[in-house]
Design a protein around this ligand. Structure first.
Ligand code: FES
Length: 159
């Protein structure tokens, strides 16, 4: 399939006619969208019934999170490193893991870039990122440890 690009400067052509472009999904169609949050929110709403994976958005600022994080201490077992760390309420999993001497790549530290993606072996993540969709969140098999926390007292990560 050939990728298509169209330039639609708002000051020349007004707001994008998203319903005209996106109201119906065609087999094989994939849309990648980045831009301001209101545009991404509108695109996600219009494409809500599209097949999983047909729409991918990229945010540059974190999405508003529903509800407060479960801001309590919890234990994280680092399977490959053989270490266990306690994550305090005011500290991220990433900071705790790095303080224990385990190297993890990171970049944005706001849950938008995906660099710190980590496999979850056991436990239930409290997803606070702006990357995963609802289906991916419910799978619970990976998390972004710069912002996400734990809904259980213990997480086991493949680190
Ligand atoms: S460092 Fe960017 S999502 Fe975690």
């Amino acid at each position: 399939m050939t990728a298509g690009y169209t330039s639609c400067p708002q000051d020349e052509r007004g707001l994008l006619d998203l319903p005209a472009w996106l109201s119906e999904h065609r087999p094989g169609l994939k849309v990648y969208c980045c831009g301001p949050a209101p545009l991404l929110d509108a695109v996600e709403a219009i494409c809500a019934d599209w097949p999983r994976g047909a729409l991918r958005t990229e945010r540059f600022v974190p999405r508003h999170q529903e509800g407060p994080a479960r801001n309590v201490s919890f234990e994280v077992v680092l399977l490959r490193s053989g270490k266990t760390v306690t994550v305090a309420p005011s500290v991220s999993v990433l900071q705790s893991v790095q303080a224990a001497g385990v190297s993890v790549l990171s970049s944005c530290r706001h849950g938008v870039c995906g660099t710190c993606e980590t496999v979850v072996v056991d436990g239930l993540p409290d997803h606070r990122d702006s990357i995963l969709d609802d289906f991916e969140r419910s799978a619970g098999d990976r998390m972004f440890i710069c912002v996400s926390r734990s809904s259980t007292d213990r997480l086991v990560l493949e680190l």
